[in-house]
Ligand binder design. Structure first.
Ligand SMILES: *[C@@H]1O[C@H](CO)[C@@H](O)[C@H](O)[C@H]1NC(C)=O
Ligand SMILES: *[C@@H]1O[C@H](CO)[C@@H](O)[C@H](O)[C@H]1NC(C)=O
Ligand SMILES: *[C@@H]1O[C@H](CO)[C@@H](O)[C@H](O)[C@H]1NC(C)=O
Ligand SMILES: *[C@@H]1O[C@H](CO)[C@@H](O)[C@H](O)[C@H]1NC(C)=O
Length: 187
């Protein structure tokens, strides 16, 4: 084998090795995280909080506030607490867009607390989220601006173990079939 060929061969082997070692996140999930960042930015937030969420950084499993399963490399936890926060910036209220979160099929823990969320988009609210995220165990919606209108759709989350709802604008206390809610957090 010529020297030059040998170098090419060695380079290819090295690349294959690096690729195999990379516990990279799914492309689809990385793109969705960038869309979530854009969603927050559009409301005027996120410039500081999601700084490291960057097109150039391929492995989104290493991004702040993102936790992946260490065997499947799929996102299992998203801690998006106080990203769109009035303490940090002048920001707008947000409607939940369920489409942004549906690609995260293995998601177990979603924290959307403190983001000035007021409701869900028509046909893209909590009902859609509930039917799409079949592994969700913990959902944090506390410290937002939700009113009673979202409560009925929350019962669709059949796999939830904990639901955090304190510090919103609810006027009623509800019992979601005794299944889902920790009443300590219903504010
Ligand atoms: C993978 O994750 C599990 C559960 O989170 C943890 O117990 C285990 O130590 C992790 N393994 C590695 C290699 O990081
Ligand atoms: C909701 O998110 C999806 C996926 O990013 C996007 O295509 C759609 O335009 C968004 N809807 C609104 C009303 O912003
Ligand atoms: C509850 O919130 C929704 C979504 O923002 C809004 O359309 C509705 O008018 C609110 N209802 C009350 C009684 O404030
Ligand atoms: C509900 O929340 C309270 C306060 O944090 C905690 O002490 C309690 O263990 C929780 N109950 C359940 C069933 O998780």
């Amino acid at each position: 084998m010529k020297m030059r060929q040998m170098w090419v061969w060695m380079l290819l082997m090295a690349l294959a090795f690096v690729n195999e070692r990379c516990h990279c996140c799914l492309e689809e999930e990385r793109i969705s995280l960038l869309e979530i960042k854009a969603w927050f930015s559009h409301a005027g937030a996120g410039s500081h909080e999601l700084e490291g969420w960057d097109k150039g950084h391929f492995n989104c499993c290493n991004w702040d506030m993102v936790v992946c399963d260490n065997t499947t490399n799929r996102v299992i936890k998203l801690y998006l607490s106080f990203v769109n926060s009035e303490f940090l910036n002048a920001v707008e209220d947000l409607d939940l867009n369920a489409s942004l979160f549906l690609p995260f099929k293995e998601l177990e823990n979603l924290d959307l607390s403190g983001n000035q969320l007021v409701g869900g988009l028509k046909n893209q609210g909590f009902q859609v989220l509930a039917s799409g995220l079949r592994n969700l165990k913990e959902l944090y919606l506390n410290d937002n601006k939700f009113n009673d209108s979202i409560l009925t759709s929350l019962s669709g989350f059949s796999t939830l173990k904990s639901l955090y709802l304190s510090n919103n604008r609810f006027t009623v206390t509800i019992d979601l079939k005794g299944r889902v809610i920790n009443h300590s957090y219903l504010g």
